[in-house]
Ligand binder design. Structure first.
Ligand SMILES: *[C@@H]1O[C@H](CO)[C@@H](O)[C@H](O)[C@H]1NC(C)=O
Ligand SMILES: *[C@@H]1O[C@H](CO)[C@@H](O)[C@H](O)[C@H]1NC(C)=O
Length: 170
């Protein structure tokens, strides 16, 4: 090996090292990918807005409808008015850094997953104008950072907020 190949091997190793450390932030991007793929698998997506959600390109920050923080954590999921139906997967509870979930004006049905109550950083949640049924999970009373919550129609929302406020005192 002459000096030149040695240097290029070194540079290659360095680049590889940098890529491999920056590409896998310690804080579980892997689990966020799994959670998002779980969400995708339970939704029916007629327009294909979730088409680029793909385990083969495992950087969720490059996926549509997903917002990340500067350090690559998934902090937002926003797909309002995209004709989505199907159900909201419980794996949403594994997006531990998420602050905003906006899925209003779709056709998502089934229960609102109680796992949302695990999302301690959640500040904005809008699930209004879907076809959710069943009760508001009592786990929602754990959402201490919630600033904005819209689950159904404005009228019912006021009633439910009262109920949630009551729950937090029980
Ligand atoms: C929701 O589904 C109903 C019936 O399945 C359909 O008539 C309606 O257009 C859908 N709404 C949206 C916003 O996709
Ligand atoms: C959340 O993640 C944990 C650990 O990776 C896993 O065991 C669990 O099944 C996940 N929960 C859901 C609802 O996907």
């Amino acid at each position: 090996m002459n000096i030149r190949t040695e240097i290029s091997v070194l540079v290659c190793c360095l680049v590889f090292f940098c890529l491999s450390t920056s590409g896998s932030p310690s804080n579980g991007v892997g689990s966020e990918v799994i959670a998002l793929m779980g969400i995708k698998s339970f939704l029916v997506d007629p327009i294909g807005v979730l088409e680029n959600w793909d385990e083969a390109s495992p950087d969720p920050c490059s996926w549509s409808m997903v917002t990340c923080s500067a350090d690559g954590q998934v902090i937002g999921l926003g797909a309002p008015s995209q004709g989505l139906s199907g159900v909201l997967a419980p794996s949403i509870g594994n997006l531990t850094n998420i602050q905003t979930v906006l899925l209003q004006d779709n056709n998502i049905s089934g229960n609102i997953p109680s796992e949302i109550g695990k999302l301690s950083k959640l500040q904005n949640l809008d699930l209004s104008n879907n076809n959710f049924c069943g009760q508001i999970p009592t786990t929602f009373s754990h959402l201490k950072n919630l600033e904005f919550l819209r689950l159904v129609t404005i009228f019912l929302e006021k009633f439910l907020l009262l109920w949630l406020i009551l729950l937090t005192f029980i």
